[in-house]
Design a protein. Structure first.
Length: 112
């Protein structure tokens, strides 16, 4: 999957997703540090990439307002488990192709 990670997305998760074959450009690598969310979403769309973010509310609002994009993947933060986050993010991306969709990736339920 072609992804564009916004500035706040955890780099350890990006590194793991890259190891599993996902092509990810970060906002920092693209010279977009401290860039407003609508511009990040537009930039990712121009590049044909889905946005990868922890900033769920802002990007979902842009989605519901009708802003053009190539997908939004909002991932619930879990700083104690980057490997787990990468695994369930990768699972959520399975079978998706660029399009105007918005996916929430939540932490899996804790098993007793």
């Amino acid at each position: 999957m072609f992804l564009y990670a916004d500035e706040d997305f955890a780099f350890p998760i990006i590194a793991i997703l890259r190891q599993h074959g996902h092509d990810i450009v970060t906002a920092q690598e693209d010279g977009r540090r401290a860039t407003p969310d609508p511009i990040i979403l537009s930039r990712a769309h121009t590049l044909g990439r889905a946005v990868l973010t922890h900033n769920r509310r802002h990007y979902e609002r842009l989605h519901w307002q009708g802003m053009a994009h190539s997908g939004i993947v909002s991932v619930k933060q879990n700083p104690a488990n980057h490997a787990g986050q990468a695994a369930y993010t990768a699972a959520a991306l399975t079978g998706l192709s660029p399009g105007r969709w918005c996916v929430r990736v939540n932490r899996p339920p804790v098993k007793p």
